[in-house]
Design a protein around this ligand. Structure first.
Ligand SMILES: [Fe+2]
Length: 424
């Protein structure tokens, strides 16, 4: 007998509760008595395959607009009767406040297609684009982490949007709400919402993973200590702090929890092995985690068994990255620009794993020199984001500083076919 996993059950039941679908015919248009509605925290994200779904989300209050239904239609058909559909979000609590999270997951979308959407009749008309069904053209996205809400974070938002990325990966430490500050959590969303808009007006979806500054206490805490993160992202992370987002069959993001609300070893390591094994023939698999396995600021030696040092990653995850052909790991938390050499067991190897980081979207520290940490290929004290371009069998990774200057370019090759034999 088929018994669906709890996650699948939760995902299905929450989706069905939150997304009553209905046709809206004709297209909704504002009436003379409809006050304008433009939520300042509006952003896009994903819970499932980005080729056919989109999640529209904002934080607001009950009654601030008469109709919270998210109406949407393909841009090319938006003028046609019957093209618009609606999904009405079920408001859910935003912790420690009277605010609500409004979330509408749009499903059954056409891949690689431009859509229009609006909230009720009174909002502006916004745009999004689904990811293509196949990677026939260049796939490009940005990543970074450790943002905060200062002017550098805003500058990097602006630079990120100028790259016209298909989406943005934020690898933890989003606003630095520390699980306590609702104001900071909302300020981060407002900045993202305002600036992460592509040149054609398309909203840039966010894929986030958890960092220590999402959590009251940072490490080894229950989910309740990361109230704002999970209020926003529990669609992707319904039970654990780790998840996979598969883009059709051409791209997988494996998003990990570096010991903040899920232990690094045990269940997460077992899950990671199964996840990587199932995708061992996927050419474009990126691991995303907050605390780096190969730090650029913190000393990797003499800090054994302490949270936040990468020791747990090196013990439980790195052997799996090496065995299952992970090409690239996106790391954060140390507030520098860094690129490692391709590494196997901590040593340079042409068939090794590339680690890119280290989270300086809006925070900065002095990295150690590559002379001192010989696994580093490059490191500098610069606010930056990464731009990744997948072109056929090639992947390019650019580091851009907050003014848009290209600081670094590298290429990650396909690691050799078959499992890599790793000692131990
Ligand atoms: Fe951090």
């Amino acid at each position: 007998m088929h018994s669906p996993s709890r996650r699948a059950f939760l995902g299905t039941s929450l989706a069905s509760l939150a997304t009553p679908l209905f046709a809206a015919d004709p297209a909704p248009v504002p009436g003379p008595d409809d006050p304008p509605f433009q939520p300042t925290t509006l952003f896009l994200s994903w819970q499932r395959d980005p080729t056919t779904t989109m999640t529209v989300q904002w934080v607001g209050t009950l009654g601030e607009t008469a109709d919270t239904t998210v109406y949407y239609a393909p841009t090319a058909a938006a003028f046609l009767a019957g093209a618009w559909q609606g999904v009405r979000p079920t408001p859910r609590p935003y912790p420690r406040t009277d605010f609500k999270v409004f979330r509408a997951e749009l499903t059954g979308l056409q891949p690689g297609t431009d859509y229009r959407f609006r909230i009720g009749k009174a909002s502006p008309t916004y745009r999004f684009r689904t990811m293509p069904a196949k990677a026939n053209d260049t796939i490009h996205f940005v990543s970074g982490g450790d943002c905060g809400v200062n002017s550098h974070a805003v500058a990097n938002n602006v630079q990120a949007a100028k790259q016209d990325p298909m989406f943005a990966v934020i690898g933890g430490d989003l606003g630095y709400d520390n699980g306590r500050s609702v104001e900071v959590s909302l300020a981060f969303l407002r900045n993202y919402s305002k600036h992460m808009v592509a040149r054609d007006g398309r909203l840039i979806p966010m894929v986030a993973c958890i960092g220590n500054h999402e959590v009251d206490g940072g490490y080894d805490k229950p989910r309740a200590k990361a109230p704002f993160f999970y209020a926003l992202f529990d669609g992707l992370y319904p039970e654990t702090g780790y998840a996979t987002l598969d883009f059709g069959d051409y791209l997988s993001l494996v998003l990990l929890d570096t010991g903040h609300t899920s232990p690094i070893g045990g269940d997460q390591a077992s899950w990671l092995e199964k996840t990587l094994k199932a995708r061992a023939d996927h050419p474009n698999l990126f691991v995303v985690n907050h605390v780096p396995a190969y730090p650029s600021y913190r000393n990797p030696l003499g800090t054994l068994f302490r949270a936040g040092t990468g020791d747990g990653n090196r013990k439980h995850w790195v052997p799996l990255f090496e065995r299952y052909r992970v090409p690239v790991v996106l790391e954060h938390h140390d507030h520098t620009f860094k690129r490692t050499k391709p590494l196997l067991s901590g040593l340079a190897d042409d068939n090794g794993v590339l680690y890119l980081g280290d989270g300086s979207w809006g925070r900065l520290r002095n990295p150690k020199s590559p002379d001192k940490l010989n696994y580093l290929a490059a490191a500098s004290r610069d606010y930056h984001l990464s731009l990744h371009r997948i072109q056929g069998k090639e992947r390019f990774h650019l580091a851009l500083d907050e003014t848009g200057r290209v600081m670094d370019v590298c290429r990650s090759g396909q690691r050799k076919t078959g499992l890599v034999s790793v000692p131990g």
